[in-house]
Design a protein around this ligand. Structure first.
Ligand SMILES: [Zn+2]
Length: 385
């Protein structure tokens, strides 16, 4: 199992300069390789492949003054990245989609370089990260790295530097709890569970959004192309990064809690018709964060040997979770649902129960011994799922 670990790093001024220079050398090399492929194809109809370009690394290191100091793996990764861009282009073209030819990268669009073998170009050395040609860089190791380190990416984001490791980690199954849960993306709260628990948006979320708007306005008031605007943009980017990290941190904690508490977690497969659902989510913290949370749940479920089930989101809010009646006139302002069968529940909790029911009755029979699991709540489209 591959797991990613990211840390802020604090390079010295000299190290920062070298890292900037490495990125710039990589960017020029990337554009040169792209130009070579493009010209060969346009002028002679020849496709230049990855292996032919990997051979250019030696030549680059012999001719480019700065490249001599950079580890050859760094340039090999540039070639691989470009090749991936071409593979994606071919795939899209083959699938009949609008392909989008790989693009030349401007300075704003190139901000990382990588290493591919631990101990060969990079190494964690106590509290520092040793990088070939750059030296020992201080890191903020806010959580321990697990497993066997495979690769490393150095990234520049909003003027800060990060080290992202990928590691091979052995799964660590959690002991069974005998509990199952359905999770619904809430309208007024962040999430609602079938146990009746409402997970709220943290208070800082709205505060952060308000401050982002202020910073955004500040940027738009500055003159285009001026130094002041560039400064304001950097402040905005930094704050944006901060807000994103804060939100991800929170969603990670939510995912960890759900995984530790339940053997099976049912969520909506929002990609199926996110067009329909999106406006419901506009005000929610999950607007844009849902994909992240669903991915974290998926990864953590694999790691802990839990079951994550995605079900169709159709009518989960509109259906009575007790008798299966479908309410026709339920609007977004209805926060509470009641039914003739005496069901009376928070709207999001009712939906969460329906999501759980769909997950555990998905093969036509209840897979869990739950008192209400036999009540029909499987709509036609779910039965087909
Ligand atoms: Zn009912």
């Amino acid at each position: 199992m591959i797991k990613a670990f990211q840390y802020r790093i604090d390079p010295s001024k000299t190290q920062r300069k070298q890292m900037e220079q490495t990125i710039e050398t990589c960017r020029r090399f990337y554009n040169d390789c792209l130009a070579e492929r493009k010209t060969a194809y346009e002028e002679q109809g020849i496709t230049i492949g990855k292996y032919a370009q990997l051979r250019k690394v030696k030549e680059l290191k012999a001719t480019d003054l700065f490249a001599t100091k950079v580890h050859s793996h760094v340039f090999q990764i540039v070639v691989t990245d470009l090749d991936k861009a071409f593979q994606a282009f071919f795939r899209r073209a083959k699938a009949g989609k609008k392909p989008g030819y790989p693009r030349f990268k401007g300075k704003e669009r190139f901000d990382s370089f990588g290493y591919k073998e631990y101990g060969n170009g990079f190494k964690v050395d106590g509290r520092r990260l040793r990088l070939s040609g750059i030296g020992r860089v201080a890191g903020r190791w806010h959580r321990p790295i697990e497993g066997e380190i495979k690769t490393l990416r150095i990234r520049r984001k909003a003027g800060d530097w990060y080290a992202s490791f990928t590691c091979e980690v052995a799964p660590t199954p959690l002991s069974k709890t005998g509990k199952v849960v359905g999770v619904n993306v809430g309208i007024s709260s962040l999430l609602a569970t079938s146990d009746g628990e409402l997970i709220e948006n943290p208070k800082w979320y709205r505060e952060g959004q308000a401050k982002l708007r202020v910073l955004q306005r500040r940027v738009s008031r500055r003159k285009t192309g001026g130094t002041n605007r560039r400064k304001a943009v950097l402040i905005l980017q930094k704050y944006h990064e901060y807000v994103t990290n804060q939100r991800r941190d929170y969603l990670n904690k939510v995912a960890t809690q759900l995984i530790s508490k339940y053997d099976l977690i049912a969520i909506e497969d929002l990609q199926i018709n996110n067009m329909v659902r999106n406006h419901h989510l506009a005000k929610s913290i999950l607007d844009g964060g849902w994909g992240y949370l669903a991915q974290r749940l998926t990864d953590k479920a694999v790691e802990a040997d839990r079951e994550l089930v995605r079900v169709s989101p159709a009518n989960t809010s509109k259906t009575c979770s007790v008798c299966g009646y479908v309410f026709e006139n339920l609007s977004l302002s209805n926060r509470w649902v009641t039914c003739d069968c005496e069901m009376s529940l928070n709207r999001d909790v009712n939906a969460a129960i329906n999501i759980l029911k769909r997950a555990i009755t998905r093969d036509g029979q209840s897979r869990w011994d739950l008192p209400w699991a036999d009540t029909p709540c499987v709509s036609k489209e779910t039965a087909a799922l």
